[in-house]
Design a protein around this ligand. Sequence first.
Ligand SMILES: CCC(=O)Oc1c(C)cccc1C(=O)O
Ligand SMILES: [Zn+2]
Length: 312
Amino acid sequence: NAAHDVTAFGKGVFGDKRKFEAQAYEGKFRLFDATRGDGVVTYDNTTGTNVDVLSINKMFKDGAAVDAHVNAEKTYDYFKETFGRDSVDDNGQQLISAVHVGENWNNASWNGRQMSYGDGDGERFYPLAGGLDVGAHEMSHGVVQHTAGLIYRNESGALNESYADIFGAMVDRDDWLIGEDIMADGSIALRSLEDPSVIVDERTESGYSPDHWSKRYIGNLDNGGVHINSSINNKAAYLVSEGGEHYGIAVSGVGREATEQIYYRALSFYLTRNSDFSMMRQAAIQAATDLYGSNSAEVQAVTQAYNAVGVY
Ligand SMILES: CCC(=O)Oc1c(C)cccc1C(=O)O
Ligand SMILES: [Zn+2]
């Protein structure tokens, strides 16, 4: 008998009730949402099942599996509803998520084909699938891969990371923090777009995440600082949206809706594999000009935001 679609309920990592699309399949259930693109599918890496033969039933009691599945559904919906984009490749590519990857793995990743989530070690991270912004971050790496293809090293890599954080913060829309739900070590978040300088980072000279180009990390750690210097562009995006004064430069924000449209257009029309921060500034100004006109508040906000973080 064929599988048929069902709306199901389960609990997330933190015991919260989640609703999602699944399938009844041979008298059992599987986390396969056939209503979005070519499917949203989630599986338990420890059972070694391949994507097709999913571990059945218990998936609904597996908080990490439930959250990973919901994260992917919500992020699929964000790109479809906000930009008309159908999955990571704009062609409905199946969204695959694996949970319980590794042993207490303090990581999440996009490997070019799927999302993977570790359970965390309970000291640094709780199970990483518990963070909606984490799932959105990972899937956004897939969007970057299929658009500008920003090379994952140095400044283009920092932009790749920043885009994953920007869309992560737009999907998990109630704050400008990344990873705030899954930190087990008492820190407020993994990264802050609002104020990167509140996040400790021993790899930098200042000991904190950089919020200005003059404070950028230069070195070989972290693929040339892709998770470090991303904060410079993150701060610029935050300023475009929310405004503020930064190093004496005032920015009048234009809100999340205009900001996400500007950054998506810059990514999908103007940025390329080797784009650096200066090209990011130019691409965002051009995208804002296309969308809102050269004398618009949006163009002014972008210009001032990049001035404020020292990127010209
Ligand atoms: C917010 C998600 C995130 O940053 O995931 C990563 C972690 C936790 C460790 C190493 C790399 C990544 C990543 O996806 O870039
Ligand atoms: Zn990332």
